[in-house]
Design a protein around this ligand. Structure first.
Ligand SMILES: CC(C)(COP(=O)(O)OP(=O)(O)OC[C@H]1O[C@@H](n2cnc3c(N)ncnc32)[C@H](O)[C@@H]1OP(=O)(O)O)[C@@H](O)C(=O)NCCC(=O)NCCS
Length: 211
């Protein structure tokens, strides 16, 4: 039976494990730095911390990271890659990913997502429930697109940026690195690095760190 290790026994981890079962992974084990105090994450066991995963990395046919914080997830993915982990990706059977789209290692595509032709998704993305990524979008490393968010065609999203739940981004807009787009925002113009924007149309709330 193929073994999948998930680092990060979070709520998002439960959704990831559930998705993995739908993708025919049936031996799923969590690792989390709260182990050994933390022994279970929903239906799945927590069997070690980051160090013990790195020690046993060759035992797993697939490895994923379920940490919502983009910067931490990115760092863990790079460390696992360097240790020779078989990073995989997961696409829920109800998601539609164009055969002409590219999906980076360590990325998860949850139920009801649509990714259209020539979209390019980087390392370790979270494409959360029911979001859509239209044609020719380019997402950098460790981007999170929250549930129900919409990226129109040709949008660029920089490394470690977070698009909030239900947000919309107009076609061809460029969003920088470590940007936070607030829940429900409508982004109509480019957003520079390290900004948080909210509202309709989106305006700067403050300069912040999305990592
Ligand atoms: C934008 C965001 C990151 C700001 O969080 P925060 O730094 O804790 O900010 P606060 O909650 O202290 O709010 C600061 C101000 O911005 C306003 N604000 C916060 N989020 C807003 C949003 N999405 N749209 C409009 N205004 C918003 C608040 O009302 C508050 O206004 P006030 O100063 O007049 O009272 C957060 O509100 C947000 O939208 N996060 C996305 C959540 C999400 O997508 N979750 C899905 C996870 S899968």
């Amino acid at each position: 039976m193929r073994r999948l290790a998930i680092l990060g026994a979070s709520g998002h981890g439960k959704v990831m494990a559930d998705t993995a079962e739908c993708c025919n992974w049936h031996a799923i084990e969590f690792f989390d730095d709260a182990w050994p105090e933390l022994q279970h994450n929903g239906a799945w066991p927590v069997i070690g911390d980051t160090a013990s995963l790195l020690e046993r990395i060759e035992q797993f046919d697939g490895v994923m990271v379920a940490i919502g914080n983009n910067g931490i997830r990115h760092g863990k993915l790079l460390a696992l890659q360097a240790a020779g982990a078989r990073l995989c990706s997961l696409v829920h059977p109800s998601a539609t990913v164009s055969r002409y789209a590219a999906l980076g290692e360590g990325s998860v595509v949850l139920a009801g997502v649509v990714v259209n032709a020539d979209a390019c998704i980087g390392l370790g993305a979270i494409l959360n429930t029911g979001c859509s990524i239209d044609h020719d979008c380019v997402l950098g490393a460790a981007v999170h697109v929250s549930p129900g968010a919409r990226l129109a065609g040709g949008v660029a999203v920089g490394n470690l940026s977070w698009i909030g739940i239900g947000a919309c981004v107009r076609q061809l807009v460029r969003i920088g690195d470590r940007v936070i787009v607030g829940a429900g925002a409508a982004v109509t113009a480019d957003v520079a690095d390290d900004l948080t924007v909210v509202g309709v149309p989106a305006r700067i709330l403050f300069k912040a760190d999305a990592s």
